[in-house]
Write a protein that binds this ligand. Sequence first.
Ligand SMILES: Cc1ncc(COP(=O)(O)O)c(C=O)c1O
Length: 462
Amino acid sequence: MSETAAEKIKSDVLKRYEERTKKSKAHNETAKQFLPGGDTRSIGFYKPYPVFAEKGNGAYLYDSDGNEYLDFVNNMTSLVNGHAHPHVTEALRKQLEKGTVHGIPVEPKYRLAEHLCNRIPSMESLRFTNTGSEATLFAMRAARGFTGRDKFIKIDGGYHGNHDFVQVNLFPDMTTQGLPQPYVNKGIPASVLKDMLVTPFDDLETTEKLLKENRGEVAAIILEPILGTGGGVPGSKEYLQGLRKLADQYDTLLIFDEIISFRLHEGGYQSIVDVKPDLTTLGKVIGGGFPIGAFGGRRDIMEIFNPMLPDSITHSGTFTANAMTMTAGLANMEIFGEKEIDELNKLGTAFSNGLRQALTDTGTIGQVRELGSMAMVQFTDREMKTARDVVLGFMNYGELMTFFHLEMMNRGVYFLHRGMFNLCTPMTETDINKAVALFKETLELLKPLADEAGQREADFKF
Ligand SMILES: Cc1ncc(COP(=O)(O)O)c(C=O)c1O
């Protein structure tokens, strides 16, 4: 049987990827002997194998074979000032000479806390953690400790990290057309289902139903105000303000997970939609390239961790608030204030507009959701309101995205293989225009594949 145009394109893309990333391929082969599948975090993996980084500089990454990439991943949105920013590097160099972690408090610890509390109106006090996962774990523990209740409402397909309770409906339930059924994947105890209630995103009615049915038992509603991993769907002002009202009406707490969305405004996405959550979790950008998380909010809730008070909740961590992380975080935040955020969001708008124009010019079915300095590209015209909508779209165009991602890498652009691009401050208009031009060229090359995906999408019925 002769090879179709789409099959030929796929094998060409793959061949060129393998030819230009020989050293990365060899690294992967060796790594597989010691790390399952050659990797040690799921999100960084893509087929056939990821490239290995040699170094990063500003908006650019360089792999082991010397290939250069304009980096739109920025370590999963955390490097908002790019790689090795001189301001952050200089602060770190000075701190390194004074030791990395001291086992007793250091000043940068409360300076970073002060900085964050000053810029987020709902944040009266906070505590640091080593990861975002730990931050959501402790925000939930705080809510339990404060309310004396065990249950939470979470979003179908919402992501809050690795711990057991938030792994419930990590991906949206695709087995039913109606209300999502809570489920857990392999490795998570089914016992957590007892305390986790699941609602679709953007659905106040279902949330209220769950609150009514579980009156007096729900410690908090936890959600990302922008459904990040679930497809970059932003919560509307009406929805998020509606959740605030429901939380008040049913006397429960509201937790915003702003680990990604904080970057969009000096005071976080909550300032854009004018909602004051009771607790907020932070991570990624506040660490300046080092592992970090933070949770905080209402002082009366956070006092539950005050070691001076009887019955306070224990919260420890060998490396929590170490001097390097605190120093990097503070330096990073100092150069990412209102002006810089505004400029980066504007660059993001120009980028999203450019991508949209490229879709139109090449007649490709698709959409670009502009989220300030982030953009989500999806090769479907399906309306995206929930994580389920996002997965339904992806089920049709997933293969196109896989090859699109590899071909963009062949051309020197690195983005997250599910269609997410995020910008960093060292990026210039020239960089953005270059990326848009490469995006368009790649769409043109992959047209036969895109047409197939578009056709399947049009025929698709769930
Ligand atoms: C919204 C959200 N919450 C929590 C986490 C977990 O953070 P970490 O990977 O630092 O544990 C992430 C990470 O991607 C996230 O995007």
